[in-house]
Every structure is written in C-alpha cells, then in structure tokens.
Design a binder for this molecule. Sequence first.
Ligand SMILES: Nc1ncnc2c1ncn2[C@@H]1O[C@H](COP(=O)(O)OP(=O)(O)O)[C@@H](O)[C@H]1O
Ligand SMILES: C[C@H](O)[C@H](O)[C@@H](O)C(=O)COP(=O)(O)O
Ligand SMILES: [Mg+2]
Length: 472
Amino acid sequence: MPRYSIAVDIGASSGRLILGYLEDGLLKLEEIHRFENKIVKKGDSFCWEADKLFQEIKNGLKKCVELGIQPDSIGIDTWAVDFLLLDENNQPLTEAVSYRDPRTDGMMEEVFELFSKERLYLETGIQFQKFNTIYQLFSIKKNNPEILEKAKSFLMIPDYFNYLLTGKKANEYTNATSTQLVNAFTKHWDVQILDVLGINKEMFQEIKTPKTILGTLSKELVSELGFDLQVILPATHDTGSAVIAVPEEDESIYISSGTWSLIGVENYFPICVTKALDYNFTNEGGIDYQYRFLKNIMGLWMIQEVKRNYNDEYSFAQLVDLAREARDYKAIVNVNDDRFLKPENMIDAIMNYCIETQQQVPNTPGEVAKCVFDSLAVSYQEAVSEIEEIFEKKFTKINVIGGGCQNEMLNQLIADVTNKEVFAGPVEATAIGNIAAQLMALGEINDIKEARSIIKDSFEVKKYLPAQQVIS
Ligand SMILES: Nc1ncnc2c1ncn2[C@@H]1O[C@H](COP(=O)(O)OP(=O)(O)O)[C@@H](O)[C@H]1O
Ligand SMILES: C[C@H](O)[C@H](O)[C@@H](O)C(=O)COP(=O)(O)O
Ligand SMILES: [Mg+2]
C-alpha cells in the first residue's frame, strides 16, 4: 500500500491540494482541490484572507475523505516574507497583511540608518526587497508599537497554518531565511539585527528544517475530519519546494515561474560578495542547507493584473495567442520598476512607462501582453548574464517550472533571447517538491538525489531550442 502525502501549495494567485504517492518507481499526482488566492483590502491594508485559506485546506482534506483516501501526511508551502503575530492567548494581533501593502514604503532606508545595507547583506545574504519581513516588522514597530509589545509568537504564513493544524509552533528554515533576519552562516535568528532594530527576539520560534515531522492533527480537527495524519515540514517557502523539483540541476539555471519569476541556481554556500549585492541576488535557504542563489523578477503578476484589468475577458492562453498576433509590436519595460509592484491599473502603468521612454504605446490586449512577455524575457536574460558573471561560467540550460511553464511563447522567447536550451516543466513543481520532502521524511525516498531522479522520470519536460532571434 503506497504512502499518500498531501501537498498544500498556496501561491499568490491560487492554492491547490495535490495528492502524491509512489507507484512502480514513479511519482504519481492527483489534484484534490484548487482555489483562488488574492489580496483584499481590509481597512487601510492589503491583506491575505488567512482564515479562508485555512478553510480551503480543510475543504481539501474533506474531499480526501469523500474520495476514500486517507493521507499519511500533509505539508504546507506558501509565498514568503509574510507572517502573523499572536498574542499571549495565541490570537492574531493583526490581519495577514500582504507584502504588496505600502506600509513598508521608506522602511528599508530607515533600517539602513541603524544597520548598514552592506552589513545586512554580509550577515544574511538576502536580497533587498522593500517588503521583506524585516521592513514589515520595522514598520509595525514605528507605526503600531503596541502590537509588537503584545506579540508573543511570530509565525510565518505556513507556520501559522501548521499551528492551526497541530497546536505546535515552529519557524521553518527556508521561509525564515526570506525574512532577512536569519544569519546566512549560523542559520539561526540574527539576534544582533533584532537587538539593533529593537524587535523583541523572544517571539521568534525555534527554526526547524524541511523533513521535520512537526506533529499530528489536534483532537478537534481529528474529530472534524474523521482521520489523523502526520504534519511534515516541506520547504515551506514555495520556491524552496519548487527548486527541489528542478529536473536538470547541473549546469542549469531555474526560473520558478508563477506570480513571481524567481531565477537562479542552487549553491553549496552563500555568495555575499559585492557584485551579488549590487545585482541584488539573494541566498535563500534550501533543503539540506543548500542555498537558493536567485533574484526576484516581477513575474506573471503583470499579466495576472492585465487579465484582471480586462475584467477576465481573456484567459491566459488567449492572451498568449493575442500576443503572438501582435508580432510587429516592440516595446520593453523594466519589469522590476517599483511602479509595477501594486499599480492601480497595470495596463495604464505599462502605457505610461512606454510614453515616458518614447516607445510605441500598446493599444490592444495583444500588444500589452506581448510587451509583458518580451519584457520578462529581456529581464531574464539580464539576470542570466549577471549569474554567469558572478559564477564566471556559462550555463547551458534553463529550467522553467511552475504555472508559467505553460506559456509556450514565453518559453520560446527565453530560448531565443538567452540562446540557451529551455526545459519547461513540471507545472506543479512546487507541490512535487513538497511531496518529495514528505516522502523523504517518511522514509519512502532516501535523499534529494533519488528524489530528483524519480521526478525526472515521472514528469514530461518540453524542450525549446533558440531560434537565433533577438528582441531589438
Ligand atoms: N494555459 C496557460 N497558458 C499560459 N500561461 C498560463 C496558463 N495557465 C497558467 N499560466 C500562467 O501561470 C501563472 C500562474 O502560475 P502558478 O505557478 O500557479 O502561480 P502561483 O503559484 O504564484 O499562484 C499565471 O499567472 C499564468 O500567467
Ligand atoms: C514575496 C516573495 O518574494 C515571493 O513570495 C516569492 O519568494 C515567491 O515564493 C513567489 O511564489 P509565487 O508562487 O507566489 O509566485
Ligand atoms: Mg507558486
């Protein structure tokens, strides 16, 4: 009888519960439940609907019961940096505020007055994104100090869901590193940074690594669901789980392509040199204490917002087809410009950028979509060049994983602009990596090497060759 593991992968645009199990040496998946995730305005803040997301997790587990499946384990992964603070009664002190909320505007610069940028990077090796947890906490300390004074527990989003499942509190390592508060070398909370910034270090939990068996369901949940299971920590940072599932790890660069594009390589040590700082690369923690040397690129968030601006009149596939038809349109925007992080209207933001830079303004959905895809491909190429400069070597392959690997036009653009072989897939890489960590914890898979071999054999990957085309 196979061991059934449930991956809960909640990205910024959607969540899914996927059942995974080994059969004849291959990893089999069955999607059990899928739901929308989005940022909503609550009062003056942009927030995640944490309670709704937890209810969706339970809805998915109840679907297992309806299907006659009793999973052996569950693992939860989500987007990074965001958290909840619990009071002495273990009640959230605030809503689950999103990293796209403007409360962190200007906070990074204020932190640098207390703790230099260079020193922060040397200690943590983490990229400077204005929404990092460190700047969110500094904003709370500055604007709502009473919240920080009442805070007894700091739980990142997956940690919080694990607490609701088991009653156990822990901060999982890969996601904790995204806070920019974990020392890249000691791999523990950097108390020096916390002390200098006046953030109470007592609220942080013990850091636990992927493959840790955290516990089992609370009595209340066993009674509600009708079964118990083991709650295992995967790499709870979704990108950490995705990287586990990269099929071609040697000589290759990955692009975890979803709401964000995370482009990088796996490495054995943190690279905190000046050039990595200047190019704003990060050293997020990976499974088995690997480092995910990568950078954030604005990603398919831009086309998600374009789709929303057109009132969802077009599917993602239709926007790709319309972009293909706009073949003569050429304008490139800097996708990492702050204006694209949370604009009122993404289409207006793109149009204004083109006006400011004296480029042809996109006038049709196809031209807008093509501008997004061309601009992302150019941004990927820039990151590839930076990676090759830092590593002083040429990489031969690019692996595109995640929902974005279904964008065949973008996959071909990446091959053309970088002049490298592109391997697209698996789509559900994050869930696959999540399940792999659980099966390793359960002893079904020996190690990451075996996991990657099984994954490579189990999922189709589509190859794209460069067509020697360059975007002018
Ligand atoms: N059929 C498709 N064709 C092209 N792109 C697609 C298709 N389906 C999904 N996508 C892309 O995948 C993205 C979602 O990827 P996903 O990894 O699920 O995101 P996240 O985990 O951030 O929620 C969408 O924003 C869209 O751009
Ligand atoms: C804000 C973070 O940089 C972001 O969560 C990123 O690390 C990430 O994991 C994005 O995952 P998506 O699945 O939401 O694209
Ligand atoms: Mg995702």
